[in-house]
Design a protein around this ligand. Structure first.
Ligand code: HEC
Ligand code: HEC
Ligand code: HEC
Length: 454
């Protein structure tokens, strides 16, 4: 037993020596003011970040050693699922990856401590941190900030929501009617509002929705409020735009029925007033394209600014309670704001669900695994996308129970604990969970159609 330990120590010392020499051959000289995207890439390369954050990385020579080998393999496996630095284009980095990089830089959390013990000198030095901080600030200001935050909150990972998106009022009014029109469904019973009632947070409150002929789908219905702020639509992102999204449900056999868009357009054409309204607005009249365009225009009006959180970020320090403010600090400290980012508090990236622990292995056996559980892989066919889901928007989340793509979390409390257990894997206590839940309540915004109170 003892010999064995000494053996490991000797090997470790050799590894340390080799790697120390290797590291100090590099001089880390950087021009801070002009951080180019190549520089960011070079900094990550020099700090061995790619070793755990790229699917191309090869196992290092000590990766097969007893004990440390297992830790290294686990770190590599977990790291790349948290953030894949190997395929980021640093000029067009998404908002979530930007927040992750900032978090790792601010916390000195990367690389993990055990790795630093082997790879002396990895970990950002002050100069490198300044370059990354500048890079984050610049991208956030130019590409993601809404410009509505008070000066001291201008560089926060979460942003106050825009107040207004320009739309065509005639199309919006038409879209509102189509959204509630059951004639879009094959038997005239189901409309968009059936599964996304606007006075109920934009969701039907069921685990999975009941569609036409009493059929149930395999995945929880997200809210339509603020959906316009998602980078793509659906849990697996298979629709690029709201209009492309709206083309789906009417011809989905489980949702609105086995039919074609020709069937739908022909049925709608029996309504002369509707036909006339289309002709007034669209030169080519009532078509599939124009139906989905009008619905999308209507959905662009479904943003919900003016939550207590928005008022707080805009500078009203009394808009949130002390518990909610503490909750926001914890939300950031627990890495939640590295995925649930931006003005929508999510919706900007796909993230693997179950980074810290395998969610699906531990899920109640009553829930049968279905193809929706595959996440993004179901759309791209790429194995690296297994269990990756579009991060849900957390705006109005207090109104949209049950939670998660499979609708298994009944309360916000349950959902937050699931995130702590399976997503971040960090230590937490009940009090912290309560504060975070308080904060999530501060994300309930206002909209004339969203009358129901929390
Ligand atoms: C030995 C493997 C390993 C190396 C090397 C490594 N990471 Fe990580 N990284 C991880 C793991 C594991 C996680 C998952 C979260 C955790 O365990 O804290 C992670 C998480 C992250 C995150 C998510 C946000 C956070 O801080 O939790 C970022 C960003 C990140 N790493 C960046 C980096 C950068 C930048 C480097 C290089 C300086 C680096 N990592 C080097 C394993 C590694
Ligand atoms: C039978 C219930 C049902 C009907 C009817 C329905 N939806 Fe949905 N909706 C869902 C479900 C379930 C999802 C999630 C599906 C997925 O991601 O694979 C969804 C997803 C969406 C999304 C994406 C939101 C996001 O965050 O990704 C939008 C937007 C949306 N629906 C709008 C509409 C519109 C507009 C209509 C009418 C044309 C409609 N829905 C009809 C159940 C329904
Ligand atoms: C690595 C990215 C990531 C991190 C970190 C993260 N989340 Fe999530 N969150 C997700 C994804 C992805 C989902 C959807 C999971 C699913 O159901 O498939 C989700 C779902 C949720 C939901 C349910 C929303 C709904 O409408 O169903 C809540 C609430 C939530 N997260 C809160 C948090 C909190 C609080 C934290 C910090 C403790 C956190 N998240 C950390 C990615 C993340």
């Amino acid at each position: 037993m003892k010999k064995w330990i000494i053996g490991i120590i000797v090997v470790l010392l050799i590894a340390v020596a080799v790697l120390a020499i290797y590291r100090f051959n590099f001089s880390k000289s950087i021009n801070q003011d002009a951080a180019t995207h190549e520089q960011i890439a070079a900094i990550l390369e020099q700090n061995n970040c790619m070793m755990c954050h790229s699917f191309e990385a090869e196992l290092p020579f000590y990766g097969n050693f007893p004990i440390i080998g297992k830790t290294v393999q686990e770190d590599m496996n977990r790291g790349v699922r948290f953030i894949n630095l190997g395929n980021i284009d640093f000029e067009h980095i998404n908002e979530a990856n930007l927040a992750k990089l900032e978090q790792a830089m601010m916390n000195n959390s990367m690389p993990p401590t055990n790795f630093k013990m082997i790879h002396w000198g990895s970990g950002f030095n002050n100069e490198e941190k300044a370059v990354i901080a500048n890079y984050v600030r610049q991208h956030r200001a130019e590409r993601f900030a809404t410009g509505l935050a008070a000066a001291k909150f201008a560089n926060e990972p979460l942003q106050p929501m825009i107040d207004f998106i320009p739309t065509n009022p005639d199309k919006v009014a038409l879209g509102f009617d189509l959204y509630h029109n059951t004639e879009l469904s094959a038997d005239g019973t189901v409309s968009c509002a059936t599964c996304h009632p606007l006075d109920n947070g934009g969701v039907d409150g069921t685990r999975t929705s009941e569609g036409i002929y009493g059929q149930f789908g395999g995945i929880n219905a997200p809210t339509v409020y603020n959906a316009v702020l998602n980078h793509v639509q659906f849990w697996n992102g298979r629709a690029e735009t709201l209009a492309a999204q709206a083309a789906g449900p009417p011809v989905n056999p489980v949702e609105m029925g086995e039919q074609t868009w020709d069937d739908i357009v022909n049925r709608l054409k029996s309504d002369e007033i509707l036909v006339a309204r289309f002709e007034q607005i669209y030169p080519d009249g009532l078509t599939e394209h124009n139906v989905t365009d009008a619905i999308a225009q209507f959905e662009m009006t479904l943003i919900t600014p003016d939550s207590p959180f928005d008022q707080y970020l805009k500078g009203d320090m009394n808009a949130m309670t002390a518990e909610q403010i503490r909750g926001y600090e914890l939300f950031k400290a627990h890495d939640c704001a590295t995925c649930h980012v931006g003005q929508a508090v999510g919706g900007q990236s796909f993230e693997t669900f179950g980074i810290a622990k395998n969610y699906f292995e531990n899920r109640s056996e009553e829930i049968v695994y279905n193809e929706d559980d595959n996440g993004l892989m179901g759309f791209t066919g790429n194995e690296q996308d297994l269990h990756r889901f579009k991060t849900p928007i957390l705006r109005n989340v207090a109104l949209t129970a049950p939670y998660l793509h499979d609708g298994t979390a009944q309360t916000l409390h349950d959902a937050v604990i699931t995130m702590m257990e399976y997503q971040t894997g960090a230590k937490y206590n009940d009090e912290e969970v309560d504060y975070i839940v308080e904060f999530l309540h501060a994300l309930t915004g206002t909209h004339p159609l969203m009358t129901k109170e929390e």
